[in-house]
Design a protein around this ligand. Structure first.
Ligand code: ADP
Ligand code: MG
Length: 226
């Protein structure tokens, strides 16, 4: 089972500190919801873990391996094999069919492709595999992105508002799929969400604020935060 540790992660944009020495240790097999006000740095945090952006300071440690100490190739290989991402903007490839989009992690990891169609069916898009992303609604694209994030049974799933474009019923069914996959694979997941219903399915809820990550319901210590 995969563990994830953040050690002193800092990130500024244009001289403004978004994340300030953030540290947290996620337990193996844990499903954590991350909440917090808009603009507080939730997407930035996931992007740093995903390697889409580099921290100014600090480390992302997966299974005891500091990703910044790996070569670019090795870090890419590790992320590709062990992580699954649902980005806020979906990042579907426009020239690939839905089936090809979902199969991409399987192709990149040299795995059998059969599960791509199973995952499309699981998110309610069975039979749409030959369509292209431009033919989909936002909610449908989000479901394709979720299928793609889970298809290679990643050990760590990073999901940025994965149900933000879904109606409550579809959101529930997609989240049920996510939970089922996480438990079946013993995977760890960080899910950014504004939805109480989504957060209630997680093992823990953390709130990202100016003083860093806090378990929900705990006030910042005196002198911390603003
Ligand atoms: P959240 O996901 O919590 O709403 P973000 O992580 O997207 O917040 O953004 C946090 C802050 O960092 C915001 O003020 C945003 O404008 C800024 N920011 C995020 N990414 C960039 C970037 N690539 N360049 C400049 N500023 C950025
Ligand atoms: Mg965001």
């Amino acid at each position: 089972m995969t563990t994830l540790e953040l050690a002193g992660l800092s990130k500024s944009y244009g001289g403004r500190k978004v994340l300030d020495a953030l540290s947290w240790r996620f337990q193996a097999g844990e499903f954590v919801a991350i909440m917090g006000e808009s603009g507080v740095g939730k997407s930035t945090l996931l992007n740093l873990i995903a390697g889409l952006d580099a921290p100014d300071a600090g480390r992302v440690i997966v299974d005891g391996q500091d990703l910044s100490r790996l070569s670019d190739n090795d870090a890419t290989r590790l992320r590709r094999a062990r992580m699954g991402f649902v980005f806020q903007a979906f990042h579907l490839l426009p020239h690939l069919t839905l089936e090809q989009n979902v199969a991409l992690p399987l192709v990149l990891n040299g795995m059998p492709l059969g599960r791509a169609n199973e995952m499309l069916e699981a998110v309610g898009l069975g039979g749409r595999g030959a369509d292209f992303p431009r033919q989909l609604s936002g909610g449908e694209m989000q479901r394709v992105a979720i299928a793609r994030a889970l298809v290679h049974r990643p050990a760590l799933v990073l999901a940025d508002e994965p149900t933000g474009n879904l109606d409550p019923e579809t959101a529930q069914s997609v989240l049920a799929l996510l939970v089922r996959e996480l438990k079946a694979n013993g995977a760890c997941a960080l899910m950014v969400t504004h939805s109480q219903a989504a957060a209630s399915l997680a093992d823990h809820v953390l709130v990202l604020g100016r003083s860093g990550l806090q378990p929900r319901g705990t006030a910042p210590a005196p002198g911390q935060g603003l």
